[in-house]
Design a protein around this ligand. Structure first.
Ligand code: HEM
Length: 512
């Protein structure tokens, strides 16, 4: 037998010793963490939370499989409500490797979004949205987000939001695409065109004219911004479905679409920078030029970083485009199925004698406001959302046998909240919570149980803009057509992309 080399023996012992120390260190740290978490939870009176059953104890792949099946049937949201009914308003589950708490308790949502805002981040949003949006208000956290918000917010003051001429000009393009013989039209499709046109006008001072191109059937050989933007959004959705495996999603067409979007926005950023230079040199600026690019110039006056401006514009465009179109589409789906509501709405709008409303008049149309509220209650445009705990923290309810005790939320846990399920709670909205009944808003003064625009420091900045646009479009359509009939073949079905719209569109007939 060969004698062992003493140097190797020493090396082996050192390796063994180091391994043992690392293991011991890991063991002690993890015991210490468990102990301090136990004490933290006890100190806050936390109780155990109910868990969704799973067969795969490691990755909960059975739950993932069920979710994919439910998504294929377009019943994610409906199933979501059934789960809350069965397991209570707050329960725990798992998304592959991430622990997940799901809730539809207003108190919990208020805690995540407002009271303990600093305990949470947006999770992997930057990775998912980054290729198109870069760093901006929608994708950032912490100080970066605060800077973005500070820069964006002043652009939503009333003077900017109340520019109704943009909408009026676009109404003609919309009307031109509605058949005059009462044949079926998909309003949802048109609303999505309308909002990309209005949003690009509002943000860039340049309307991409997606509706006009359809009217004139212009075939544009150059890259189409709205097409590229749509493709980039689809890729974002794929990224979010891949989750931690999103690096596997390599799509050259998506990269090209992102490039087209960036290039197009950069042109307008360049224009804004020129306006800024003129200001700086005190050359004076053509008034109409500066009024036209209000939003863009607003940003350019705060920073000279072109990429920063571009990214902020992309962020606001994403947050603002599909949201308002989805609200309008879902609301018209319901209006077409509720002729009495449509008649009452028309009666109210008739007080304008056919005139285009002013900003103040629009705000005073109460029944219109009830219809918008009710559509956002039943079809919240962002029906599911989440935040990720960046430190050990708690939510106030959902623990213990009666679900009324606080729940411990370990760092790294995602807390998902469902506005869809919360907006359907019968204890808040009554036994008819599933029905579309705008009249309920006569007496309803909801708190955190009604949250279509989010709450707390990250509340939607575009809320007034969106409600003004949606109200304006509805008013002008109601003035033009007295008959609105549903031509949808079946009930409303979910189309859950980045926002919530109707799977079959909004098929209607409109007549004078
Ligand atoms: C009916 C229409 C709309 C609804 C229901 C809506 C809803 C929301 C919701 C729920 C959020 C929070 C998202 C989150 O934090 O996870 C949000 C954020 C935001 N919205 Fe809206 N939105 C609408 C229209 C608009 C419009 C038209 C704009 C801009 C033109 C806009 C700009 C933004 C921005 C910039 C944020 C990010 C705010 C921040 O993180 O500080 N939204 N919106």
């Amino acid at each position: 037998m060969a004698a062992s080399n003493p140097l190797e023996t020493v090396r082996g012992s050192i390796a063994l010793y180091t391994g043992a120390v690392v293991l011991l260190f890991y063991f002690i740290t993890s015991i210490h963490q468990k102990w301090s978490r136990y004490r933290f939870a006890k100190q806050h009176g936390c109780g155990p939370i109910r868990a969704l059953p799973k067969y795969d104890p490691f990755l909960a792949l059975d739950r993932l499989y069920l979710n994919i099946k439910t998504a294929k049937k377009r019943k994610i949201l409906e199933t979501n409500v059934l789960r809350y009914e069965e397991y209570g308003n707050t329960f725990s589950t798992q998304r592959i490797t991430t622990p997940l708490i799901l809730t539809r308790e207003p108190e919990n949502v208020k805690t995540i979004l407002s009271l303990k805002f600093k305990d949470y981040s947006m999770g992997d949003r930057l990775q998912v949205f980054g290729p198109l949006l870069g760093h901006g208000i929608f994708t950032s956290d912490g100080e970066d987000w605060a800077r973005s918000r500070h820069m964006i917010r002043p652009n939503f003051i009333k003077e900017q939001v109340a520019h109704l001429e943009i909408f009026e000009e676009l109404m003609e393009d919309l009307f031109a695409l509605i058949p005059t013989d009462g044949s079926t039209v998909d309003l949802q499709d048109l609303f999505f065109g309308f909002t990309i046109d209005s949003a690009t006008e509002f943000l860039f001072g340049h309307n991409v004219h997606s509706l006009k191109k359809r009217v004139s059937q212009v075939v544009d050989n150059g890259p189409d911004f709205s097409e590229a933007f749509n493709y980039s959004l689809e890729n974002i959705l794929t990224n979010s479905r891949f989750g931690p495996l999103m690096f596997l999603n390599r799509d050259p067409k998506a990269a090209e679409s992102n490039r087209v979007c960036h290039e197009m926005v950069e042109q307008f950023v360049d224009k804004a920078m020129k306006v800024r230079e003129k200001y700086d040199e005190e050359k004076g600026v053509d008034e109409s030029e500066s009024r036209r690019y209000l939003f863009l110039n607003g940003l350019a006056q705060q920073t000279s970083d072109r990429t920063r401006i571009r990214d902020e514009l992309m962020n606001v465009l994403l947050a603002g485009r599909d949201t308002t179109a989805s609200l309008l589409s879902n609301m018209f789906f319901m209006l077409a199925r509720h002729p009495k509501v449509w008649a009452k709405l028309q009666e109210e709008i008739a007080t304008l004698d056919g005139r285009a409303p002013t900003y103040e008049e629009l705000r005073n149309l109460k029944y219109l406001k009830y219809c918008l509220n009710e559509a956002l209650r039943l079809f919240p445009v962002v029906p599911l959302n989440s935040r990720t705990a960046i430190k050990d923290t708690i939510i106030p309810v959902g623990g213990g046998p009666d679900g009324r005790s606080p729940v411990f939320v370990p760092k790294g846990t995602a807390v998902g909240y469902s506005t869809w399920a919360m907006h359907r709670r019968k204890d808040y909205f009554g036994e008819d919570a599933d029905d579309f009944r705008p009249e309920r808003w006569e007496n309803l003064r909801p708190g955190w149980e009604y949250l279509p625009f989010n709450g707390g420091p990250r509340i939607c900045v575009g809320q007034q803009y969106a409600l003004t646009e949606a109200g304006y479009v509805t008013t002008r359509i109601a003035q033009r057509y007295s008959v609105l009939e549903s031509r949808d073949p079946g009930p409303w079905e979910e189309k859950l992309t980045l926002t919530l719209s109707s799977y079959n569109g909004t098929q209607v007939s409109l007549r004078h």
